[in-house]
Design a protein. Sequence first.
Length: 227
Amino acid sequence: MIEAREVSKFYGAFQALKNVSFSVRDGEKVVIIGPSGSGKSTILRSINRLETIDRGTIIVDGMDVSDPKVDICKVREEIGMVFQSFNLFPHKTVLENLTLAQTVVRKRNRREAEQIALELLKKVGIAEKAAAYPAKLSGGQQQRVAIARSLAMNPKAILFDEPTSALDPEMIGEVLDVMKNLAQEGMTMVVVTHEMGFAREVADRVIFMDHGQIVEEGTPEHFFTSP
Ligand code: ADP
Ligand code: ADP
């Protein structure tokens, strides 16, 4: 589903990624961990070209993201992304946040889009907030809306960039629970997180990054079981 080969990325003279290679199979859950500044967000953002890479190749569902001619809209339709900071449209209701891309990008009619949106809001446990504006929701609720919005596009995979890092501690669990459910349903997921419990419980594979490189890769047992 996703394959990165020998990816390097520079910000000016600073090399943020150094020959990073990994792949994610269909249905696999990969968790990326590592210290702040190690390049986790950069590699994730490179997958749907929120960042461009300087060397190497990234293939997403057969499309070469590193090729300037690739249809990047199509890549982003297939690969959802959930950010630390929710990124909801503040002047649209929760329901409108979920229907906008469905009608514009997926060309669904409003009725169908609303029906799908309501189903997804139910799934993430906030159907009662459909008519509210994002500012009226807690951080945990906003992040669940962001996940539902991403699901509304029927993505083949979802990238999560520290989805719980901006949340108050008491809201982290509700967001992780939604993500665990998705994992159980077989969604392909790449998750950058500091939540080691989540990594241990959900990951098929854990990637540890440091200074722009993958320094270790293995099963959660490999990482979290003491010898
Ligand atoms: P992580 O997600 O592991 O915290 P990032 O991928 O966000 O790390 O950043 C990796 C390194 O690249 C950091 O040292 C960061 O300061 C630097 N960096 C990230 N984005 C930029 C940018 N737009 N310009 C310059 N340096 C950047
Ligand atoms: P997050 O952890 O949500 O990725 P960051 O604080 O790492 O947020 O980065 C926020 C934005 O600032 C990103 O677009 C990133 O590329 C940019 N950025 C991060 N580090 C630097 C840096 N050293 N110089 C310039 N821009 C940076």
